[in-house]
Design a binder for this molecule. Structure first.
Ligand code: NAD
Ligand code: ZN
Length: 342
């Protein structure tokens, strides 16, 4: 089969031929139709310090996918050949305290496809049946291929009650923009999103027409609070940039007793004004991945009930043009980039 692999410990990815994976009794084999390129895949392409430390070579990359089941292990029940699906790319153990309590997303032994285990940028993917998420007919393969990052957005956005709340999102990358769509969908009052890249803010407006955008390289976020007739500041913050200054700005713009969910990954140890956090009595929650499988359930229910993130996909390429796809993603100007394997 064709597979997009990290063959050498240096910049780039290579289209290779790999054997079709052999499945075990508890697995399924998925024929891949569409895949999404993630920021993680860009780290692996660039071969930065994190990638060099984490990813063994050779490795088939990729973890955002939609496809259909073509083979089923003998122990697997409840799935059929031909079933369209996406799936959770975090492979979890079943022995930790967290897993045994049903909190699968907190299992410390989690391994990621396309990072620690052979991934989804291939014509076929082996996946534990446990990880499969069937797709209803109304959800296209394009959307199926971005459910992983949409799930990050949903998990973060649903961390706190948003109904009637004023929500600040720092970072208008694909995940921040999708979080803005989710916040509107579930009934937030004002949703404000910041970035320093005007193209990303234009994209945010395009995907979520009634979001308020602030270019914090030119505008003062503090000016927005009286403009929107908010009394003190934001009730809920969703940190989606991984940028230290964005987190500082967020803490400053929160109301007393505000709640912050952090998905963005700061580079190393970042200084934070802890006294502001203490005196404002702010709650901070770290968010990793998706809740398995509650996030998937809610995300699919919302998509079936009017949540529309389709315009976040800005580029589509046949997989043979993967280099153009990665170039679009690396430019920082794109939304989600989807590769077609059919
Ligand atoms: P992205 O890099 O595409 O988007 C980040 C955005 O933040 C960019 O548009 C950038 O211009 C903007 N930004 C930079 N400085 C800023 C500032 N001072 N204020 C406001 N915005 C600023 O990333 P993405 O794919 O949308 O992912 C969002 C974040 O979530 C990243 O940090 C990513 O590493 C992280 N992530 C975490 C998990 C997890 O499980 N915790 C999973 C996926 C992604
Ligand atoms: Zn991803």
């Amino acid at each position: 089969m064709k597979a997009l692999s990290k063959l050498h410990p240096r910049e780039g990815l290579w289209m290779t031929h790999a054997p079709v994976p052999e499945i075990g009794p508890d697995d399924v084999l998925i024929k891949i139709n569409k895949t999404g390129i993630c920021g993680t895949d860009i780290h692996i392409w660039n071969w930065d310090d994190w990638a060099a430390k984490t990813v063994p070579v050779p490795m088939i990359t990729g973890h955002e996918f939609a496809g259909e089941i073509v083979e089923i292990g003998r122990n697997v029940e409840g799935l059929e050949i031909g079933q369209r699906c996406s799936g959770e790319g975090h492979l979890i153990g079943k022995n930790s305290r967290q897993s045994r309590a049903g909190k699968f997303h907190l299992d410390p032994a989690t391994r990621g496809i396309g990072v620690n285990e052979q991934g989804a940028f291939a014509q076929y993917l082996k996946l534990p049946a446990f990880n499969v998420v069937p797709l209803p007919d109304e959800i296209s393969d394009d959307i199926g291929a971005i459910l992983d990052p949409l799930g990050n957005a949903v998990h973060t956005a649903l961390s706190f009650d948003l109904v009637g709340e004023d929500v600040l999102i720092t970072g208008a990358g694909p995940i921040g923009i999708m979080a803005a769509a989710v916040a509107r969908h579930v009934g937030a009052r004002h949703v404000v999103i910041t970035d320093v890249n005007p193209d990303r803010l234009t994209l945010a407006q395009n995907v979520v027409p009634d979001v308020v955008t602030v270019d914090v390289s030119r505008e003062d976020l503090g000016d927005v609070i009286p403009r929107l007739k908010m009394k003190q500041g934001f009730d809920v913050g969703l940190e989606m940039s991984g940028n230290q200054r964005a987190l500082d700005q967020m803490v400053e713009a929160m109301t007393m007793g505000g709640r912050i969910a952090m998905l963005g990954i700061p580079p190393g140890k970042s200084p934070v004004d802890w006294s502001r956090i203490v005196f404002k009595a702010i709650t901070i929650k770290g968010v990793y991945g998706r809740e398995i499988f509650e996030t998937w359930y809610k995300m699919i229910a919302m998509l079936e009930n009017g949540l529309d993130v389709s315009r976040i996909i800005t580029h589509r390429f046949a997989v043979d043009d993967f280099e153009a796809g990665f170039a679009a993603m690396r430019s920082g100007q794109s939304g989600k980039v989807v590769l077609d394997w059919t």
